[in-house]
Design a protein around this ligand. Sequence first.
Ligand SMILES: Nc1nc2c(ncn2[C@@H]2O[C@H](COP(=O)(O)OP(=O)(O)OP(=O)(O)O)[C@@H](O)[C@H]2O)c(=O)[nH]1
Ligand SMILES: [Mg+2]
Ligand SMILES: [Zn+2]
Length: 344
Amino acid sequence: MFSPYGAQGLLPGRVVRVDRGQCDVVTADGTVRADTAFVTPHDPLRVVCTGDWVAVDPAGGVPRYVRAYLPRRTAFVRSTSSKRSEGQILAANVDHAVVAVSLAVELDLARIERFLALAWESGAQPVVVLTKADLVPDAATRAHLVRDVETSAPGVPVVTVSALNGGEGLDVLAAIASGGTSVLLGQSGAGKSTLANALLGEDVMDVRATRDADGKGRHTTTTRNLLVLPGGGVLIDTPGLRGVGLWDAGTGVGQVFAEIEEFSEGCRFHDCAHESEPGCAVLEAVETGELPQRRLDSYRKLLRENQYIVAKTDARLRAEMRRDWKRKGAIGRAAMEAKRGRLR
Ligand SMILES: Nc1nc2c(ncn2[C@@H]2O[C@H](COP(=O)(O)OP(=O)(O)OP(=O)(O)O)[C@@H](O)[C@H]2O)c(=O)[nH]1
Ligand SMILES: [Mg+2]
Ligand SMILES: [Zn+2]
C-alpha cells in the first residue's frame, strides 16, 4: 500500500505521538517531527493518530509534512460527547486492546462492558488487565472479583497483575503484548503508565498517585505514546478516560454479550426484543438464574445508546470509515490468528 508513495520519494513511517498538529514519526532515518496539517485536519476521524502508518516528506523540507496515512487495519473510536456524537479515533492498527481496571476501587462492570464493546468493534482482540492486585491480598476475594469480570467478558482473557512484589502477572501481559501492537485503555489512575514502564523495564512514562480513591483526579499522561517493548511488540499508552461513549459499536455490543445473543436463538420470535414476549429464551435464562439480570439491563442500555448514536451520525461517513478498516481488518486478523492462538 505504501509503494505509490515510495515512488514519489516519500518515506514510510509509524506515528508514535501526536501533539497539536505535530507528530513524531519513526522512520528508517530515525524519529522525525512532521506537520499533520496536510491530512484532512478538519475531520476528527481522519486526523493522523498514534499507531498510523504514514507517508512522510523526506529530509529537506521545513516543515516536513505527513502526506497520507495508509488504510487502517483496526481503529479504536469513541464518541467524544453524547450530544454531538462525533467520533474520536484513539489508536490505529492495534492488535490487542488492553483495558486496565484497578482492583483498588470498586469494580464497575458496566464500564468494563462499554470499553469492551468499543474494543471488539475496533477489530482488535480485547484483554482485561486487573491492576494493583497487591491491594487485594486475600485470594478468595480476588478470585471472586476475577470471576465477576470474566462473566462480563466472554471470549476475553482476564489477566491479574501487580507492578509491585516482583511484578506478578507481568509475564503473561508481556507475552500478549509481544504479538503486535497493544493499546492500554482505561480510567485515569488505573495504572496504565506503571504497566508500560514495567513492560519497558525503565521509567519512560510519568506516574503519579491519584488524588482520590475514585480515580477522578488529574490526568498524568496527556498524549498517546507508542513505545517499543524489549520483549517484542509495541505498546501505546494513552491518557485516562473517565468514560467512553459508544460510536457505531453494534457488532461490539453483540460480542460483549455473546451469551445473550446465543440465548436469543432459542426465542420463539426471531425479532424478539426480550421484553415480555412469550417463549423468550433470554427472559427464561434470567428466570433460571443462568443469566444475571444485570447483564441483560446493561445489554439493553448499550444497545439503546448505540442506536441513538447511529441515528445521529452521518451514515455515509460511517460507511466510509468501515471500508477503511473493516475489510482490511479481515486480512489482518487472519494473519494474526496464529500469533493469538494461545489466547483462544
Ligand atoms: N499498589 C499499587 N499501586 C499501583 C500499581 N500500579 C500503579 N499503582 C499506582 O497507581 C497510581 C496511578 O498510576 P499511573 O500508572 O500513573 O496511572 P495511569 O493509568 O497511567 O493514569 P493516567 O495517566 O492519569 O491515565 C500511581 O500512584 C501508581 O504508583 C500496583 O500494581 N500496585
Ligand atoms: Mg498514565
Ligand atoms: Zn427473547
